[in-house]
Design a protein around this ligand. Structure first.
Ligand SMILES: NC(=O)c1ccc[n+]([C@@H]2O[C@H](COP(=O)([O-])OP(=O)(O)OC[C@H]3O[C@@H](n4cnc5c(N)ncnc54)[C@H](OP(=O)(O)O)[C@@H]3O)[C@@H](O)[C@H]2O)c1
Length: 328
């Protein structure tokens, strides 16, 4: 079967398509899954270039990719038919999910073995044409839930500023912040993404054509917002410290973010930690089914074009999700 691997840390070209990889054996509590699509995330290139904390104990050669959608082929020895049936994961079922953070294996392959606990069934009424969106849902969805509920704990009536409102995580942070009761959500993005941000329910601030700091100052009468949800970090984190109310909070997403400028200023700042698991995957299913999380897939590329996909990802302007077709 075909699988993407890399044998050294480096640029996108270290990613190599192997056509003769052995089909994996599922562990006792794992499923064998034929992968339809793979969702890409900035974490993928940070592991590939060695800059992520997760790269430290990675054994090379390694696979790549964390989240996917596909079809269950078979199950490991501890998962009998009754168990699979009760979880809705019998062979032939379409599933989506992501590798647990501590599981270093990739998912960019035609067939993978993956823990049954990390997967949830895709509802029958979903058309196969919509599978790319399900492939890109688990990691950003679990991140957005952790950000809104565990870390920011958005409460009714709060004002929120999202940086990067049309990115993968941003497209879920906006509707989830509104669902949690936020009174007003502003979101930065390029002018070309303003309409998308508005469709998601936020007021766009185009950082490439206007001064976002002056805008948020003006729109909050100089008070600032209760919570900043910062998916970008690089040029947004430090300036954001000037635009939160006294008791406010800045949540920034990159796990290696330096929070010391906030500590020095006495502003609370945190990085979310996603919690994997079936209960939250099922909540994402309900949200998609109800039309509350209209996560967009901007591009689907064949598996063999993974290096190009990583180059696009590294540009830092992905709209919604970039997805690979694992069978093309
Ligand atoms: N802590 C965790 O567990 C966790 C989990 C998932 C992701 N993350 C991290 O979260 C970050 C975002 O992930 P993602 O998947 O959403 O990335 P993404 O899909 O690549 O989105 C990047 C976003 O950043 C925006 N952006 C770029 N420059 C900007 C600027 N100067 N000001 C405001 N926005 C700007 C882009 O919008 P425009 O195109 O409009 O510029 C785009 O919406 C990554 O660093 C990722 O590693 C952390």
């Amino acid at each position: 079967m075909r699988e993407i691997r890399f044998d050294r840390f480096g640029g996108p070209d270290v990613l190599t398509l192997h056509s003769d990889a052995p089909t994996p054996e599922p562990g006792p509590e794992e499923l064998l899954v034929r992968v339809a699509y793979v969702g890409l995330n900035p974490l993928d290139y940070k592991i590939r270039d060695g800059s992520s904390g997760r790269a430290k104990d990675l054994q090379l050669p390694a696979g790549t990719g964390r989240e996917m959608a596909g079809t269950v082929l078979s199950a490991g020895s501890d998962l009998d038919d009754a168990e699979l049936g009760s979880r809705g994961l019998t062979p032939g079922t379409r599933v989506f999910g992501m590798r647990a953070p501590a599981d270093h294996r990739g998912v960019a392959a035609e067939v993978i073995a993956i823990a049954a606990d990390e997967l949830a069934p895709i509802p029958d009424e979903i058309d196969d044409a919509d599978l790319p969106r399900w492939a890109g849902l688990a990691l950003v969805g679990l991140t957005a839930i952790a950000t809104i509920e565990d870390t920011a704990r958005i409460r009714s009536g709060q004002t929120v500023l999202v940086h990067g409102g049309s990115g993968g995580v941003g497209q879920l942070l906006i509707p989830m912040a509104l669902e949690a009761g936020a009174a007003q959500v502003w979101a930065t993005g390029r002018a070309t993404n303003a309409e998308r941000i508005r469709d998601l329910g936020a007021t766009p601030i185009a950082y490439d054509t206007e001064d976002w700091q002056a805008e948020i100052h003006r729109r909050t009468d100089g008070r600032g917002v209760d919570v900043v949800l910062d998916t970008h970090y690089h040029s947004t984190f430090v300036p954001s410290l000037d635009h939160v109310v006294g008791s406010g909070l800045v949540v920034t997403l990159p796990t290696l973010a330096d929070l010391s400028p906030a500590q020095e200023r006495g502003v609370e700042a945190k990085v979310p930690r996603l919690r994997p698991g079936r209960d939250r995957l099922d909540r994402l299913v309900q949200g998609i089914r109800a039309g509350r999380y209209p996560l967009e897939v901007s591009q689907v590329l064949p598996l063999a074009e993974i290096a190009e996909a990583h180059r696009l990802l590294e540009d830092g302007h992905t709209r919604g999700k970039l997805v690979l077709d694992a069978q093309a």
